[in-house]
Write a protein that binds this ligand. Structure first.
Ligand SMILES: NC(=O)c1ccc[n+]([C@@H]2O[C@H](COP(=O)([O-])OP(=O)(O)OC[C@H]3O[C@@H](n4cnc5c(N)ncnc54)[C@H](OP(=O)(O)O)[C@@H]3O)[C@@H](O)[C@H]2O)c1
Length: 393
């Protein structure tokens, strides 16, 4: 069997490093073309040494002079046949995503950075394993349209969407998607505990060890809101047919209900290795990194409860933004991301995130069928306005 050729954007992050653990076990199945990180040069260099990609990409700009010449120098080095080369910034990500040597690209960076490279890869006919949910929240209509146009598969990495992807046989027979949520660190804490939460408390997720942005989103449950929008775009379901249920054990990763009332769920131990491996290997399955067999008896019980949208109003905002559509979800995403950064910087309280996103959405004039340029403009504008609002809080 020919090796599948893969690149990873965000290889130094939580999903990226776990993807490399999967790939280490599947060396006979995959060839790594490129690895891209943000600012963690040391880790990216170590990964390059171990996995020997053809080139790497870093966001960090060493110095203006070096940056100017980086691509030229790297290209010269490539011609001269020297080891792996490093490219920088947007041009570097564009290089990966236009490199048709790739069979698939794992987009595992966090936040808005994922959108541009994903669109470039789609236009070049390269399949995407998508961890970066913000891409679909910002511009889901355009991304999915482009994917259909270019015959590109978008395979979800998010465990909930991966679960749904695995459950669906005939989508036309499915009535409802049921997305599970662990509930995050404040599930059974009081609203006051949540309002006064420190960054450390918000980052103490009981089930998943993830990057900081998604961990804060999980604490406010905005992560579930983003996932509802992601599911709407990936599977084409109306928002009223996408339900959220709290399931603290994170064993049932999501479910679907067929027209006849039959419910199919996907279960597994809470490990991102499984959905990552599924997404990059699809449609094949390999033993790969599987370390332990699943035992119902060991798990013993599974709990479910209704989410409290009064305590976690960010989910309501996401439903609202999704139903309005157009640039409203772009607005939600940009305001949320800036508010999360401000919380992590100690500038605002956790609960302010909801208030800020709500204010930004209330003031936003929606463009119903935006072009991609309009989406980037709205994104920029909302970020500036959100930062201004935070300054004056
Ligand atoms: N972690 C999970 O379990 C999980 C589960 C489901 C979905 N997701 C989604 O997956 C995405 C990644 O999450 P994560 O938890 O892995 O985040 P993370 O740990 O914060 O990792 C983010 C990655 O993006 C890289 N990055 C930052 N700026 C970049 C740039 N300009 N160019 C290229 N790469 C850049 C970072 O590089 P440096 O570290 O080198 O700066 C890092 O490799 C998010 O959209 C998240 O919602 C994550």
């Amino acid at each position: 069997m020919e090796k599948k050729r893969i690149s990873i954007i965000g290889s130094t992050g939580s999903i990226g490093t776990q993807a490399l653990e999967v790939l280490e076990k599947l060396q006979d199945k995959f060839e790594i073309i490129a690895l891209a990180g943000g600012h963690n040069k040391e880790l990216l260099d170590a990964q390059a040494k171990k996995f020997k990609p053809k080139y790497t990409v870093l966001a960090a700009k060493p110095s203006p002079l070096e940056e100017e010449g980086a691509i030229v120098r790297a290209s010269r080095a490539a011609i001269a046949g020297e080891g792996h080369n490093t490219f920088y910034g947007d041009e570097g990500l564009e290089k990966i995503c236009s490199d048709k040597e790739n069979d698939i690209i794992l987009v595992a960076c966090s936040g808005k950075i994922g959108l541009k490279p994903t669109l470039t890869a789609i236009k070049n006919g390269i399949n995407i394993a998508l961890a970066n949910k913000e891409t679909l929240v910002m511009a889901g209509d355009i991304v999915m349209q482009e994917a259909r146009k270019h015959g590109v598969k978008i395979i979800p990495v998010d465990s909930e969407h991966c679960a749904i992807h695995q459950c669906i046989k005939d989508i036309s027979q499915v009535d409802k998607l049921i997305i599970t949520a662990s509930g995050g660190p404040f599930l059974h804490k009081s609203v006051d505990d949540m309002k006064n939460a420190t960054v450390k408390e918000a980052l103490a997720h009981p089930k998943w060890h993830m990057g900081k942005k998604i961990t804060v989103d999980s604490a406010t449950l905005m992560n579930k809101g983003l996932e509802i929008i992601e599911a709407h775009h990936l599977f084409g379901f109306d928002y009223d047919d996408i339900e959220v249920v709290i399931h603290p054990q994170s064993i049932v990763h999501s479910a679907i209900e067929y027209k006849d009332g039959s419910v199919i769920a996907q279960l597994g131990l809470p490990s991102m290795h499984i959905p990552i491996q599924y997404a990059i290997s699809y449609p094949e399955r390999f033993e790969g990194i599987k370390s332990k067999s699943f035992s119902f008896a060991e798990i013993a019980r599974l709990d479910f409860e209704k989410p409290d949208f009064e305590k976690f109003p960010c989910v309501k905002l996401a439903y609202k933004a999704g139903k309005i559509g157009g640039t409203m979800t772009t607005c939600l995403n940009a305001a949320n991301e800036e508010a999360v950064f401000a919380f992590l910087d100690g500038k605002i309280k956790l609960y302010n995130i909801y208030e800020i996103v709500e204010k930004m959405m209330s003031a936003h004039t929606v463009i119903s069928n935006p072009t991609i340029d309009e989406i980037f403009e709205v994104d920029k504008d909302i970020r500036e306005k959100t930062k201004e609002l935070i300054k004056n809080l």
